[in-house]
Design a protein around this ligand. Structure first.
Ligand code: GRF
Length: 199
């Protein structure tokens, strides 16, 4: 059993997929908190349903950068999680947070990294770029978070076909379906290895 914390900004479908797998017993982990920079996002609704504590920490709640970073670190200190999971977290993490959790922060990105990653590649922009490049395949990547955006060590990928006439939204939906099945499996493998390497 290991402990995770999740950060999310959006609809939270990946967050929900992870906590559903925990609820089903497929992923033997505890989700201790959700940190969001967007108090009205779908992920908050899922956390509330599952009784997971929510922390709204953003430039609005903490306009001072040092106070913002201290608030994030305070949540990490309180729960002492093994892994921090970025499930659609749309802000670049401060270096202080990366240093607190070296090789223990996982992100999911909706392209086959290293293709179509880095600043500017988020949301539908990713899928628009894949279609514009006439790629035959796309798919999600789970990777470790490092200081360079979307460039940390790759832990898992899935491929889906790019179909003739796909719209960005259709491709996004096909990739997202795979995200939901990939992310929890990678979290499980990485988390279990982490715990057993400490034993
Ligand atoms: C996903 O496409 C993920 O790859 C990216 O952000 C999106 C989050 O979607 N990092 P959701 O909020 O989990 O539905």
């Amino acid at each position: 059993m290991f402990k995770i914390g999740v950060m999310a900004s959006g609809g939270g479908s990946n967050f929900k997929a992870i906590i559903d797998r925990i609820g089903e017993g497929d992923l033997e982990a505890q989700c201790k908190f959700l940190i969001t920079n967007n108090a009205g996002c779908g992920a908050v609704g899922h956390a509330t349903t599952y009784g997971i504590p929510v922390y709204h920490i953003s430039g609005k709640t903490h306009p001072d950068q040092a106070a913002y970073e201290a608030a994030l670190l305070e949540v990490l200190d309180k729960y002492d999680v093994d892994l921090l999971i970025l499930a659609g977290y749309m802000k670049v993490l401060p270096v202080s947070l990366l240093k607190r959790m070296p090789d223990r922060i996982l992100n999911i990105h909706p392209s086959l990294l290293p293709k179509f990653g880095g600043r500017g590649f988020w949301g539908l922009h990713v899928h628009e770029a894949v279609l514009a490049a006439h790629e035959k395949e796309s798919g999600p990547t789970v990777h470790l978070v490092s200081e360079e955006v979307d460039a940390g060590r790759i832990l898992g990928q899935r491929t889906v076909p790019v179909l003739d006439g796909d719209t960005p939204a259709e491709l996004q939906a096909r990739v997202l379906e795979q995200e939901h099945d990939l992310f929890w499996r990678v979290i499980k493998e990485y988390g279990e290895n982490l715990v057993s390497s400490r034993a």
